[in-house]
Design a protein around this ligand. Structure first.
Ligand SMILES: *[C@@H]1O[C@H](CO)[C@@H](O)[C@H](O)[C@H]1NC(C)=O
Ligand SMILES: *[C@@H]1O[C@H](CO)[C@@H](O)[C@H](O)[C@H]1NC(C)=O
Ligand SMILES: *[C@@H]1O[C@H](CO)[C@@H](O)[C@H](O)[C@H]1NC(C)=O
Length: 304
């Protein structure tokens, strides 16, 4: 029994060659145990033969190799008065060419790389953005956008009394200005007394690239209390001015839920950053990373 290697779907010709001395000898092919037809090229399997100078050749022709042919025994038989000789073969499927393996390999490597890059990017998105934007300075905000401040810091009172303390708020403001070089507009410092409060605050917010809303636990001083009434309708103004809102809230979740209805929409439209007290104080904490991520690009003059 011999194996004859082939590709499924392609034609196969198996030549059986015999030395014939007896003129009554007969050379033919069997499939399993039944005869294969001779010279009938309309059949999927047939054989033809030729004779010359003491040799005879019988060629088994399979036009298209299929599963059935792979499971069959083909026997070439020489019958003569002096005896019977035969040889059997089976067809064996050749392994697919290496080409598709190579293609699958390359595609596989590509897909795996893409997945890894995506996962890494999602995990480290904030770090990557901060690095490219602030450390390498690849992105700058448009200096001629008509804004004078990077952010306006507005306090909003939380009803549960669990907001960010005034002391912590001053810390946050100081770090943003001194460590990161942002210019902030602060009510106590930058809004001149005597101005009509609402108009002055609104005008300053319009001149700021971000609005930082700090939810505050303690009672606000009178001036800030009047800012509070501004919150109604501010959402629409921010949309119009394309000013993103960043909400700095204290750790307690209910802080948000207790926000008055007028503020709800505003608060929901913002990016929330949670101040976790002393855990958030180190500059390496997640709080600063997140807050900087939502701030505009770091100002140019700070860069080496
Ligand atoms: C094919 O040949 C093998 C080995 O001689 C045998 O075991 C098997 O039964 C044969 N199959 C058929 C269908 O004749
Ligand atoms: C047998 O048939 C095959 C396929 O049609 C052909 O290529 C071959 O030349 C034929 N051989 C003989 C001896 O007729
Ligand atoms: C030969 O026998 C095998 C196994 O029994 C079968 O799968 C195959 O179809 C047979 N081939 C032919 C040409 O009859």
């Amino acid at each position: 029994m011999e194996c004859f290697v082939c590709f499924p779907g392609s034609p196969v010709v198996v030549v059986c060659r015999a030395v014939i001395e007896d003129p009554f000898a007969n050379l033919f092919w069997l499939a399993n145990k039944s005869f294969v037809e001779k010279d009938n090229d309309k059949l999927p399997v047939f054989y033809n033969s030729s004779k010359e100078r003491g040799h005879e050749e019988a060629s088994l022709v399979i036009k298209q190799v299929s599963e059935e042919h792979l499971n069959s025994n083909y026997t070439c038989k020489l019958q003569s008065p002096s005896g019977v000789v035969h040889v059997s073969i089976t067809l064996k499927q050749k392994r697919p060419a290496p080409f598709p393996i190579l293609v699958f390999g390359v595609v596989g490597v590509f897909v795996v790389t893409a997945v890894v890059v995506t996962v890494v990017y999602v995990q480290l998105k904030v770090d990557i953005v901060l690095f490219l934007r602030d450390d390498l300075g690849l992105h700058r905000h448009n200096a001629s956008d008509g804004k004078c401040y990077n952010a306006y810091v507005l306090c909003c009172k939380s009803d549960t009394g669990s907001g960010v303390s005034e002391e912590d708020r001053h810390k946050i403001e100081a770090v943003l200005e001194e460590e990161y070089g942002y210019s902030l507009c602060l009510f106590d410092r930058d809004i001149l007394p005597g101005e009509a409060v609402s108009e002055a605050v609104l005008a300053s917010i319009e001149k700021s690239r971000r609005l930082i809303l700090v939810s505050s636990g303690s009672a606000l001083n009178p001036g800030q209390d009047s800012q509070y009434s501004l919150l109604t309708g501010l959402h629409a103004a921010l949309v119009e001015w394309h000013t993103p809102l960043v909400l700095v809230q204290a750790e307690v979740r209910s802080d948000l839920d207790s926000v008055p209805e007028a503020q709800q929409k505003l608060v929901q439209s913002g990016h929330k950053v949670t101040w976790k007290g002393s855990n958030s104080e180190p500059l390496s904490s997640a709080f600063w990373k997140e807050l900087r991520y939502h701030m505009p690009a770091r100002p140019v003059y700070l860069l080496p």
